[in-house]
Design a binder for this molecule. Structure first.
Ligand code: ADP
Ligand code: MG
Length: 688
């Protein structure tokens, strides 16, 4: 009985070459891999619930006799089956059904059904339950909770249950090895945890399983998080094995630059600049994340880093996720650097023809010292002469791999450039530990002096008139205001139309005000003109789409209205609100919501009203929307775990760090097998 669990999946009953291929695509090659394909949740089919005892929302098994089966012609034609047991009657409703199906459901037929109970026109109902005919007294309800697996590659529940079931049966003979150091305080080991979670007994605590709190889940979540941590650290080690240029010049230039600013850097900015300076002086690549609340002055820190690299004779690339943000950086950096004699290159998706080829030439020849751009910087024909530092703003919209692509363009003999990543939104500490384990972290934990918290209120759109009056009052006393229109649609066109309509409405309602309009469809020059006008006080009210989330800095604007704030995530709302509260008057933010608000919506907007602290808000966002949304990686699957859940399993994270550290120090040979076990083929690191 050697390592049966290590056998190829084709050893299992019913697995031919075709199925094996499908499984391989899902990263499942060996029987052992199936053990780590864990259920998402469970159904309880271990007992039959009397009809009188079912409650709305429950997933239950009921059994009874068909009293009548008939087609009802309501708003939608449906087959309605009345099922009765000794205790009561339940209606089964089928919107799609065949004649044969109807005929098989004659009065007197005994059925066992599984489904969710809902409240319908005739009391308790089930829509499209799973059902089968049974004989009176037939026993054999399931003897374990029924696992529901993630359905990958079109494989259905029955198939997964069958395959994982077979894998669990073999587990006893040849268990996968424990790879974690002994965990004295965990009551359950790897093998028991795996077999429990694939087939929990009928008396298993359903609520704990649902909430991810069962000891078996905690044991595996711990291991999964350790594996994730190790894989990121591995990625880091791989990069650091390559050399990077040691950038040790530029102190004088930096001092000259700082002395020319109208303010002095905060202590936090100075500390972070110091951390970066120390990293850059090393002959291996810096991998550093800078976090700081909105308005904490991350751009200045980035500029300081750029100066040090440029003065040391290297190029610097600044990459932003949107055109607007890139343009904002272009404006800032031009104003700061051109007086110092540094040439700035620009490359966006809209750079075409001659402008583009000139930019490419300046990048390739080294004439451009600082290059600012969007995703366009990743394109194949972009080649740098001597790229020494990559600065990525708002990392969470770029994948790890995009960042790496850029660092491969450094130019001959340079090695890997240093990397500085800035997040526009604070990331909860716990999540940062997991998501950015490949980076060192600096926090700008101080705002420039004189910032006042923004007073935030929630107002129902039914009282829109009052809000319009409030705008009038603020503007007539010399203040300026933003009115932000939001749409869920990603479409620029629809967003622009909504903003245009709102601008029209407000121009009519407030003829005495100068109303400007900005959205993503305007040409750069038009956007510039509107922004410059607003900044110069030539406009009182600026109607905008969420494009102003980044890149707008007008201290005299002290009122912001956000329409339909319930549609946005907390991080984005916090970014938007960060556009006011930059001057010396008290600022206000009105969240003009559409009632009724969902429970979650109420909680989110409540958090906005309660706090101005970006880190607090980020924690709330994580709690209410989950890590994928907070990091903007939901689509990339970057933060999708099998058992681990954040923030529910935050309490494990200190342990995770300690164990990962111990493995690296004492048993580095375990890291590879652990990572492979949990990240499948670990494809996403394969390219590095
Ligand atoms: P964020 O961290 O949100 O990217 P920015 O870098 O855009 O913030 O800075 C916000 C504003 O604060 C800018 O107008 C910037 O010039 C200003 N600022 C940055 N650092 C300081 C400072 N130390 N003192 C005063 N104002 C500062
Ligand atoms: Mg910024």
């Amino acid at each position: 009985m050697a390592s049966l669990a290590g056998d190829p999946v084709t050893q299992l009953r019913g697995v031919g070459p075709k199925l094996a291929e499908k499984l391989a695509e899902a990263g499942i090659h060996r029987v052992e891999d199936l053990l780590f394909h864990l259920p998402l949740r469970y159904q309880d089919r271990t007992r039959i619930t009397p009809i009188a005892a079912v409650r709305e929302g429950d997933d239950v098994v009921v059994e009874g006799e068909v009293r009548i089966a008939d087609v009802a012609f309501g708003r939608r034609r449906s087959l309605v089956v009345r099922l009765q047991d000794g205790s009561g009657t339940l209606t089964l409703r089928f919107f799609h059904f065949s004649a044969a199906q109807k005929n098989a459901l004659q009065a007197g037929t005994r059925l066992r059904c599984y489904g969710q109970v809902r409240r319908g026109a005739s009391g308790a109902e089930m829509y499209h339950p799973e059902y089968r005919r049974v004989e009176e007294g037939e026993s054999s309800v399931e003897d374990t909770l029924t696992p529901v697996y993630p359905t990958i590659n079109g494989l259905g529940q029955q198939q997964w249950r069958n395959l994982c079931g077979q894998a669990v049966t073999r587990l006893r003979g040849a268990a996968p090895p424990e790879l974690l150091p002994p965990l004295a305080d965990f009551p359950i080991g790897l093998v028991d945890a795996l077999s429990f979670l694939h087939a929990p007994p009928p008396d298993a605590p359903v609520a704990a399983l649902r909430d991810g709190e069962h000891p078996a889940q905690l044991r595996l979540a711990l291991e999964e998080l350790v594996a994730h941590q190790l894989s990121l650290q591995d990625l880091r080690a791989l990069q650091q094995r390559e050399g990077a240029p040691a950038l040790r010049q530029g102190e004088a230039l930096l001092q000259q630059f700082l002395a020319g600013l109208p303010f002095s850097p905060t202590a936090a900015q100075q500390r972070v600049i110091g951390e970066i300076r120390a990293d850059l002086a090393e002959p291996r690549p810096m991998l550093r994340l800078v976090q700081g609340d909105v308005g904490s002055g991350k751009t200045l820190v980035a500029a300081a880093a750029a100066l040090l690299a440029i003065a040391s004779g290297y190029q610097v690339a600044v990459m932003a996720p949107t055109e607007i943000l890139a343009e904002q950086h272009r404006r800032n950096f031009s104003a700061w650097f051109e007086p110092l004699g540094i040439a700035i290159g620009w490359l966006s998706g809209r750079s075409k023809g001659r402008a583009r080829s000139q930019a490419l030439a300046a990048i390739a020849s080294g004439e451009a010292g600082l290059i600012i751009g969007t995703h366009a910087l990743f394109q194949e024909d972009v080649a740098f002469q001597r790229l020494g530092l990559v600065i990525v703003d708002e990392q969470h919209r770029f994948g790890v791999h995009q960042r790496l692509t850029l660092t491969e363009k450094a130019g001959a003999e340079v090695g890997r450039p240093h990397q500085l990543v800035m997040t526009a939104t604070p990331i909860p500490r716990t999540l940062a530990m997991v998501a950015y384990a490949d980076l060192d972290c600096s926090v700008i934990d101080e705002l420039p002096p004189g910032r006042k918290p923004v007073d935030t209120v929630l107002i129902d759109n039914k009282r829109r008139d009052q809000v319009v009056a409030r705008v009038a009052a603020a503007c007539s006393s010399g203040r300026q205001a933003y009115w932000v229109c939001t749409l869920v649609e990603e479409s620029d066109v629809l967003q622009a139309q909504a903003a245009e309509a709102t601008a029209e409405e407000l121009r009519t309602a407030l003829p005495q005000l100068r109303v400007g309009l900005i959205h993503g469809r305007l040409k750069s020059a038009e956007k510039d003109a509107v922004m410059t006008g607003f900044k110069a006080g030539e406009l009182d009210l600026l109607v905008a789409t969420t494009v102003i989330e980044v890149g707008v800095d007008v201290p005299n604007a002290s009122l912001m209205i956000i329409e339909n704030p319930e549609r946005l995530g907390l991080a984005q709302l916090h970014q938007l609100r960060g556009r006011v509260g930059r001057g010396d008057t008290a600022s206000h933010c009105v969240l003009l919501y559409q009632s009724p608000l969902s429970r979650n919506g109420k909680q989110r907007l409540g958090a906005m009203r309660a706090s101005n602290d970006g880190f607090f808000i980020a924690e709330k966002d994580l709690e209410l929307r989950g890590p994928g949304e907070v990091l903007g990686t939901r689509q990339t699957g970057l933060m999708e775990f099998r058992v681990a859940r954040l923030p529910e399993h935050n309490h494990l994270l200190d342990r995770v760090q300690a164990i990962a550290g111990e493995i690296q120090a004492r048993q580095p040979q375990l890291a590879g097998p652990l990572v492979r076990r949990w990240t499948g083929s670990s494809q996403r690191y394969a390219k590095v």
